[in-house]
Ligand binder design. Structure first.
Ligand code: ADP
Ligand code: MG
Length: 604
């Protein structure tokens, strides 16, 4: 069959075993998509070999040539030819080892796949070997060579024998960018290894050995560090055990602040046991941590490292090892969401000097004033804050009361109101400008949410429907309803099978009474089927609270006294997520004295 001639289904041909070469080329199709895939596999191998320095050289975006050189363990002379064989690996030898893989590679396929779609040569010297050997994959020729312990794999003319594949490649510049990105992904997780990337004889990227923080700064940029917060592993530990049989052993990394969100999801990195992967469950958990503070299509940036017992993880689910499967997806989802949510909830004013990485253990729980007993609520007329029954309305928080926090009062002391919209305040750094409606709206909203959460500690109150609402359900919806009965109950939903292909909603959350029970149930089931968790009900409730808060918050042009302004500032300091209003916009900005000096050209 030649290119372009489709196989006719009309004239059947006898079944034949495919030639070995074609089998490899078919397998390569899954693993090697572009030069960057080759880079990824070769750097995987170098890291598995314990390299401390890895140099990647690319020519014409990697299409013409890729060479990866490492100072790892090297390959003994008598194993060199085996390295190129399919299903030949030094990394696993049994099913038990497959189930607890600790290396990046384990399929024994990469080098064979690459050699079936490119010209490959391996030069390697094992520790203690008298000299290196170079093996040409095509000719099988073996020749002595000079190099120190370690391995160099050269790959030339990618897809030379499969021109159809070659046509899918983009410009050299694009392929180069993908190649550099492949190295960056490894570099982020391996600060103990130095990486150098060259293109057409010129250095294009380098990451020197250093601390984890330094590597993140070098690989992702200072802006990412400034615009992000360390994940709160202690918050995850409170929700999911960090020790014991189902433990999420380690969770660390950083989440970008809402105002650092991007148009594309291009700054989202997940590592599971040091392996860079994509994962919808984790991405969903992280996105739901931003539900309240990031609206529309903006994409948050994040860097997340999850460490798990290798047996709690299936790494053998994707040919290019780009995905993993968690045994306990529910716990992972919960831990990730809580850790991200807690990091984002901390008002910015609280974070005096942001730490790059918080300790990964529950050793330093964030000292945060717990919301007081908070129900029922009432809005005190003429006051920019809520008061609780029995609480003196006006001065529950004396405006000048010292706040038990060494940073004093991060949002400072109110000076004046501007344009009926902004509060101007002075702190140690300079001028603080607060959007009073947006800020108050968030304060009110968080109070309402806390009150609701407290009332729902044992699950959301359910209200039986007078007439159960039945609907024709998909197999996936029925399966989700059957396997998440308890989760549904806690969400205030009773969804049960009603004959073949039918589900019936018998109760729904009381707080959402009157809504479309079927639409709600289907949204929840869809999320449960896909992510093992559903935030749909919380979202629906929060929408209601959010519009209540909007109506309850001080309006523009309301004159506030200095005391009222100070009370709002103190409230903001105590309120989670106070840096964004309910629509994701900032509630306050700092103009430092340095900013002002610069505007007035002082000190020049
Ligand atoms: P896998 O990594 O899944 O084992 P590969 O085809 O990538 O499969 O490599 C086959 C084998 O060749 C590896 O198991 C390893 O023993 C050896 N090998 C490949 N690259 C290197 C390297 N850079 N340094 C040392 N050994 C290597
Ligand atoms: Mg490999």
């Amino acid at each position: 069959m030649h290119a372009g001639a489709p196989v006719s289904t009309a004239a059947r041909r006898p079944i034949r075993a495919l030639p070995e070469e074609l089998i490899s080329q078919i397998a390569a199709g899954e693993v090697i998509e572009r030069p960057a895939s080759v880079v990824r596999e070769l750097v995987d191998n170098a890291l598995d070999a314990g390299a401390t320095e890895i140099t990647v050289r690319l020519a014409a975006g990697g299409v013409r040539a890729i060479a990866v050189e490492d100072d790892g363990s090297g390959i003994p002379a008598d194993e060199l030819a085996l390295a190129l064989q399919r299903h030949a690996t030094s990394k696993i030898g049994s099913l038990a080892e497959l189930e607890s893989v600790a290396t990046l590679g384990f399929r024994g396929e990469a080098l064979a796949a690459i050699a079936s779609v490119a010209e490959v040569a391996i030069t390697s010297r094992a520790a203690g070997a008298p000299h290196a050997l170079r093996l040409d994959a095509r000719s099988g020729e073996l020749a002595p060579a000079a190099r120190a312990t370690g391995t160099t794999v050269e790959v030339r003319e990618l897809f030379f024998a499969t021109p159809a594949r070659r046509k899918f490649l983009k410009t050299d510049a694009t392929e180069l960018a993908h190649g550099v990105e492949a190295v960056r992904r490894h570099a982020i997780a391996h600060p103990e290894v130095a990486f150098f990337v060259w293109h057409d004889g010129k250095p294009v990227a380098q990451w020197r050995r250093g601390s984890a923080e330094q590597r993140v700064r070098d690989a992702l940029g200072e802006d990412f560090l400034r615009g992000s917060r360390a994940l709160d592993a202690a918050a995850a530990a409170r929700a999911v055990p960090l020790r014991g049989p189902n433990a999420v052993c380690g969770l660390s990394g950083r989440v970008g602040l809402p105002d650092a969100a991007r148009a594309r999801a291009d700054l989202q990195y997940l590592y599971v046991n040091g392996r860079h992967v994509r994962d919808r469950l984790v991405a969903h958990a992280l996105r739901s941590a931003y539900d309240d503070v990031l609206h529309g299509q903006r994409q948050p940036s994040w860097l997340l490292f999850i460490e798990l017992d290798a047996t709690r993880l299936d790494v053998n689910v994707h040919p290019a090892k780009m995905e993993v499967r968690f045994r306990d997806g529910r716990a992972i989802h919960e831990a990730v969401r809580r850790a991200a949510e807690a990091a984002l909830a901390l008002p910015r004013a609280e974070v005096a000097r942001p730490a790059l990485f918080e300790p990964n253990e529950a050793s330093a729980p964030v000292a945060y004033p717990a919301p007081a007993k908070q129900q029922p609520l009432r809005l005190v007329a003429g006051e920019p804050r809520f008061a609780w029954p029995g609480e003196p309305a006006a001065a529950a928080v004396p405006p000048d009361a010292p706040v038990d926090r060494p940073a004093g009062q991060p949002l400072g002391r109110a000076l004046a109101q501007l344009g009926g919209i902004y509060i101007l305040a002075e702190n140690d750094e300079g001028l603080v400008i607060v959007d009073m409606h947006a800020a108050h709206e968030r304060v009110v909203y968080e109070r309402l949410k806390a009150a609701l959460a407290e009332r729902q500690a044992d699950g959301i109150e359910a209200q039986p429907l007078l007439i159960p609402a039945s609907f024709a359900a998909t197999a996936a919806e029925i399966a989700a309803a059957e396997s998440h009965v308890e989760t549904l109950r806690r969400l205030g939903l009773d969804v049960a099978p009603l004959g073949p292909g039918m589900l019936a909603v018998r109760s729904q959350p009381a707080a959402l009474g009157g809504g479309d029970a079927v639409a709600l149930a289907r949204a929840v089931l869809a999320e449960l089927a896909q992510h093992e968790a559903s935030e749909a009900i919380a979202r629906a409730q929060h929408e209601i609270l959010s519009s209540m808060a909007c109506h309850g918050a001080v309006r523009a042009n309301r004159r506030l006294t200095i005391d009222e302004m100070n009370a709002l500032l103190r409230d903001m300091e105590r309120t989670e997520r106070a840096d964004q209003c309910n629509h994701g916009r900032p509630t306050w900005r700092q103009l430092t004295l340095k900013d002002l000096d610069a505007r007035f050209l002082r000190g020049r």
